[in-house]
Design a protein around this ligand. Sequence first.
Ligand SMILES: O=C(CO)[C@H](O)[C@H](O)COP(=O)(O)O
Length: 291
Amino acid sequence: MELGLVGLGKMGGNMRERIRRAGHTVVGYDRNPDLADVHSLEELVGKLTGPRVVWVMVPAGEPTQATIDRLAELLEPGDVVVDGGNSRWTDDEKHAEELAAKGIGFVDCGVSGGVWGLENGYALMYGGDAENVAKVQPIFDALKPEGDFGSVHAGKVGAGHFAKMVHNGIEYAMMQAYAEGWELLEKVDSVENVREVFRSWQEGTVIRSWLLDLAVNALDEDQHLDGLRGYAQDSGEGRWTVEAAIDHAVPLPAITASLFARFASRQDDSPQMKMIAALRNQFGGHAVEKK
Ligand SMILES: O=C(CO)[C@H](O)[C@H](O)COP(=O)(O)O
């Protein structure tokens, strides 16, 4: 089948390649002309035969909104837009309504697989009406990993991004657990080769995982991670997971702590710890460290 793909960065570029390898035609658009097959969304839409499927793979928020707004002007009834970015799930209903007003279908799709997806396949979690999902199905089949698992029609519009958001929340907490265990192992003199401990865990243990494999890759590149600063960004999914947990009164202590650990990583000199030090000094005369 034919697919229009908007956004050919780290994810979209490899997805285009994987879909082409499966025998489909992909017309790709990116703001960077070096990556793009066409120069505009108009040209992309013009090159597809109906019913068209256009997959949006651009950053969440304003870039996704602007792309959907333009596609709503360009596409025709019966066409389908897939939002495959890490959009906030609460945006999906809004996008579905905006497109439905023009007779255009909408499917939201969480995509996991990172830069390894070209070879390993992409895990897909999608939400939307069965009729719209069916129009995209050959592309889902091309992108998903081989085997029985790796893709799911999670439910209605929004369910795909909600599932991906929870996946990312779990990712935060798992990474935090490996990171904490690694730091503790590095602190203890009797453990002479932490990297080999991590490597040994890749087989037979209850904590083996792809993230563990990636941790071993990272330690192979830089055994003590000396070349990195202890600073971690976040791009929203962890925050939305915690917000959803609050909305539904679901306790998420591990995921919340892993999000807050990232915030703490961005502080050189913790303001709240200054207050803790000041208060201990006030009530107990405990020593403080002065600048
Ligand atoms: O979806 C992903 C992995 O599954 C993306 O890599 C995402 O950017 C990870 O979230 P964050 O940037 O907040 O760490």
